[in-house]
Design a protein around this ligand. Structure first.
Ligand code: GLN
Length: 538
């Protein structure tokens, strides 16, 4: 079969959840046996979101091949259990950079380089890149932003051209908003009509409309929208607010979204239902928890709900697997100190110390760790969180009073966390950290080895510049902090743990990126299990 291309656009307002709809559709197609991938085009000029702070754009997700990506790729992986790569997230900046590089090389010699055709051709090339590998039956392309934005125009023009070139191998899904006016007690379809009209003016006729709404949209209203927008009546589906995003695939399936898309691509759905067994089991567990597990997340971006997205989702999925309702509370690291740590943290069954950059809020993380270590609370440090575990231990157990990371204090006498030589000469900040998946061998008898079900070697994703300084390793191990995970090639420390404690472990890598609904990350699972056990004991 030819690769089919599905384009997902959005109208009226942003934040409607195009990523969740794309992921849900991919999940359903995959459950029907198709090979599916999803990519996202972001209309901003940054080459990637790696240089954006979490307040601007939420979490930065990292692919196995070391690309700093939009957080929607996290949803794609969690919903489909299919790995993404650099090719799955393209920005305007990357498209222009590639075209300008070609211009300098002389690839367009003699020609005026223009948005149409050169930028649009580059966009089209990127859309087809994944399809041309032969690995996928469906490539779903989510176009970031809202129809009508100046920034999205070249992407939409590329979609128009591809649609025309690909015929029935392409399908356009448009996500819009149907607001409810409380005073009039009415749902309003006009914004949807306008948004579709705008798409049509750009030469794109959507095949499917997904209507985001807070209230059920009656059948006659959907029929009216279909008629005004030139869409088949059954191809207007609603996406009402769901208690959890993980219900959306089922909801979409119940309304036949997968069938409609298959039909639009000239394929028959057949009599077979998609195999959603794992999802059914997950949702059943979600609906019938046997109690709660209370986790505190200590970080500095806690005001923004998307800043620690993959951590939140990993905890949620792991807690669901353990038949517990996750009660996640954020604790602002800037508001934590030795005097109030007990008051702020004693209500939790487990504490996570978040990743991050820079000195702001760092003392709060040390205070939290000291209290958690001394009170033997299950504690999980991720990346900067792990580095803080090392620093706190150096200061309070090894007695190296001014121990620090070179990131926080250039002149520290004890740089227990430091830059490796290859990082020292780097001047550009974009895309130059240790990024992507690296191997890690797990020590015999360690908590880490147990968490990973006895595996001797694992691979997890990284996003950091600083490392555990191996010159101090012996001192740490003699004092009881075990370096239980090492990079087999470089010997770099990947995991530290305190064997005498209930569960005290830090990872230099980010295990949260590899959780999916079908396969929660083992460290998160083990941490949640330890937290539940501790909660029962308390
Ligand atoms: N700032 C630290 C480093 O660069 C940790 C990064 C992180 O937590 N992702 O090494």
């Amino acid at each position: 079969m030819n690769t089919k291309y599905i384009f997902v656009t959005g109208g009226v307002v942003s934040s409607l959840g195009k990523g969740i709809i794309s992921s849900s559709l991919a999940c359903l197609l995959k459950a029907r046996g198709y090979r599916v991938t999803i990519q996202k085009f972001d209309p901003y000029i940054n080459i990637d979101p790696g240089t954006l702070n979490p307040y601007e754009h939420g979490e930065c997700y990292v692919t196995e091949d070391g690309h700093e990506a939009d957080l929607d790729l996290g949803h794609y992986e969690r919903f489909t259990n299919v790995r993404t790569s650099r090719a799955n997230n393209i920005t305007t900046g990357r498209v222009y950079q590639s075209v300008i590089d070609k211009e300098r090389r002389g690839d367009y010699l003699g020609k005026t380089v223009q948005i149409i055709p050169h930028i649009t051709d580059e966009i089209k090339r990127n859309v087809k890149l994944l399809g041309n590998t032969g690995h996928y039956d469906f490539v779903i392309t989510e176009i970031g932003g809202v129809v009508g934005d100046i920034e999205s125009l070249p992407f939409l023009e590329a979609v128009r051209q591809l649609r025309w070139e690909l015929g029935s191998d392409a399908c356009c899904v448009h996500l819009t908003y149907v607001p409810y006016l409380g005073a009039a007690k009415e749902l309003k379809t006009k914004p949807t009509q306008h948004s579709v009209k705008q798409l049509q003016q750009l030469g794109i006729q959507p095949d499917v409309l997904v209507l985001r709404t807070e209230h059920d949209i009656p059948q006659d209203m959907r029929a009216k929208i279909a008629q005004f927008c030139n869409v088949a009546p059954d191809a207007v589906v609603q996406s009402a607010d769901a208690p959890t995003i993980y219900e959306v695939p089922m909801r979409m399936h119940r309304q036949g979204l997968d069938n409609i898309v298959l039909r639009c691509c000239g394929l028959s759905a057949g009599a077979q239902d998609p195999d959603l067994e794992a999802w059914h089991t997950f949702l059943e567990k979600l609906g019938s928890p046997q109690g709660e597990v209370r986790i505190g997340l200590v970080g500095k971006y806690v005001e923004l709900q998307d800043a620690y997205k993959s951590i939140n989702e990993s905890l949620f999925i792991a807690a669901t697997y353990c038949d517990r309702k996750l009660v996640l509370t954020s604790v602002h690291s800037e508001q934590l100190n030795d005097a109030n740590a007990a008051e702020k943290l004693s209500g939790f069954d487990g504490v996570i110390i978040a990743p991050g950059f820079g000195t702001r809020g760092i003392d709060g993380k040390f205070a939290a760790l000291k209290w958690c270590r001394e009170n033997d609370v299950p504690t999980f440090g991720i990346c900067l969180g792990m580095q803080c575990m090392v620093i706190e231990f150096a200061r309070n157990v090894l007695g190296l009073t001014n121990a620090n990371s070179r990131e926080m204090d250039q002149l520290t006498p004890h740089p227990v966390i430091d830059l490796m030589d290859e990082q020292k000469s780097i001047t550009n900040l974009g895309g130059t950290m240790r990024l992507g998946a690296y191997d890690c061998s797990l020590a015999d008898g360690s908590l880490a080895r147990k968490a990973y079900d006895g595996a001797t070697q694992i691979s997890e994703r990284h996003r950091h510049r600083f490392e555990f300084n191996s010159a101090y390793r012996e001192a740490f191990e003699n004092a009881g902090m075990r370096c239980s995970g090492l990079n087999p090639q470089t010997g770099l420390v990947e995991i530290v743990e305190l064997p005498g404690k209930r569960w005290y472990l830090g990872t230099q890598f980010h295990p949260e990126y590899s959780t999916t609904v079908e396969r929660p990350n083992p460290i998160f699972l083990d941490f949640i299990r330890a937290a539940i056990a501790y909660g029962n004991e308390k």
